[in-house]
Design a protein. Structure first.
Length: 229
């Protein structure tokens, strides 16, 4: 499966405070047994580039690929909770539907409508990572700070459940190719898009609050977005 990362187009007529944050879209492909470690690996790769407290560099092996790991208890707890919720959603989809996802030539995933052979029990889900800065409220009669999102990452997860040795080999190859490509996309986009990161005004503690949420994937939200590949 070819991993894709995209940014949302912004209307230049809008003011800085009104602009939508840049959004990066990543594709992940996995089988049910590997989805937890693969998604966690991508999440840790994102936070390795956007988590600013002092860290001792660490790594973890995922599908024989070495990925960065952020050793922070609060972050790890949130990642575990959100990935577990994603797994439950994917398990429910695979149990209640006859979706078919196949690993074709070059690791591409397709649906039953476009492939003659496939892997039954497929599922899809999304996790959204958001980073915020705290700003003083500017509205009349408002006090205190507000959290303003300055960057968003959407991880689109596709799961395939292989039934035969041939399918398992194809799915394994697709997982490895996609994980490597997606990890490189994270590194490339994190390094090439830094100008929008707010100034860090604190020391020691994490300066930017973050959220990881399970996306409800409403079709209207995707239909109204414009992106650059």
């Amino acid at each position: 499966m070819i991993a894709a990362a995209q940014t949302r187009i912004q209307d230049p007529s809008r003011t800085m405070d009104q602009q939508e944050p840049p959004e990066f879209i990543l594709d992940v492909f996995a089988d049910p047994r590997s989805v937890r470690e693969i998604v966690k690996g991508i999440l840790h790769t994102i936070f390795f580039h956007r988590f600013f407290p002092p860290l001792t560099p660490q790594t973890r092996e995922v599908l024989d690929l070495t990925l960065p790991y952020v050793d922070d208890d609060e972050l790890e707890t949130m990642i575990e909770q959100r990935v577990a919720a994603l797994e439950r959603q994917l398990d429910a989809q695979r149990s209640s539907s006859g979706n078919t996802v196949s690993a074709g030539a070059g690791g591409t995933t397709t649906t039953a409508a476009s492939a003659s052979t496939g892997t039954p029990g497929g599922g899809r889900g999304q996790l959204v990572v958001q980073f915020f800065e705290k700003r003083r409220r500017k509205a009349w009669l408002s006090r205190g700070d507000e959290e303003v999102c300055w960057e968003c990452w959407t991880i689109k997860v596709t799961v395939a459940e292989p039934r035969t040795e041939s399918e398992r080999a194809k799915v394994r190859s697709a997982m490895e190719q996609t994980l490597h490509a997606t990890a490189m996309k994270v590194v490339t986009f994190a390094n090439n898009h830094k100008d929008h990161i707010p100034p860090i005004t604190t020391q020691g503690a994490n300066p930017f609050p973050y959220k990881i949420n399970l996306d409800d994937q409403k079709e209207t939200s995707w239909a109204t977005r414009m992106r650059i590949y």
